[in-house]
Write a protein that binds this ligand. Sequence first.
Ligand SMILES: C[S@@+](CC[C@H](N)C(=O)[O-])C[C@H]1O[C@@H](n2cnc3c(N)ncnc32)[C@H](O)[C@@H]1O
Length: 200
Amino acid sequence: MTRASFDKTAMLYNFVEKHIWEDYSSACDIINEYLTLEPEEKIIDVGGGTGLIGKVLRSKKQNDDIMVIDLSRSMLQKVKDPTLSVVQGDVTTFPLKDETFTLAILVNTLHHIYETKQQVALREVFRILKKQGRIFIIEIWHPNTFLSDLFIKIEKILVGKTHHLTADKMQLAIQDVGFHEIKVFFPKKYPYRYVTTAIK
Ligand SMILES: C[S@@+](CC[C@H](N)C(=O)[O-])C[C@H]1O[C@@H](n2cnc3c(N)ncnc32)[C@H](O)[C@@H]1O
């Protein structure tokens, strides 16, 4: 994916996410049900786009640091909450110090990164997490149904080809960079999405 891909769709992104498909509402439900925030978190929302997920995290946590980092400047320009810090950067070469964050969240980010670079991205996330820091990933599962094929085709037109990992491959990739206590599960209400959690 190139930066320009999401730059082009930034104008429409929030509208599509909120009103055309249930991507946003399902991510909110999953975060509210399965992500527990600890006191004094330092959170990074990787590929945080327009800050939709940052806003959900902010509603759960009033005072902690939440950074939204994204490749696309136009997506970041749509972040309206002034309590979120915003950084433009590529997850494969983060402009960030080692062991800075207690929690990294990635919602629908990894499948926009070429398969050969996904491991590099995960390694970078591992690097910037403190010891015992957590990763929380929400990804889309594509069991080759009509609807999932359609979704992939639409994404391809809008932002380019996507690179979906199966849940098994995700588990191996996370393990390979050094995470432990890895859990992968399919939320009952949204069986086409899966959640991966792990600890550094
Ligand atoms: C489908 S959007 C998801 C945005 C947000 N996580 C959400 O759920 O609303 C994917 C985002 O990943 C970002 N992205 C893709 N590749 C990236 C990279 N290498 N580094 C940082 N961000 C990236 C895109 O610019 C885009 O904003």
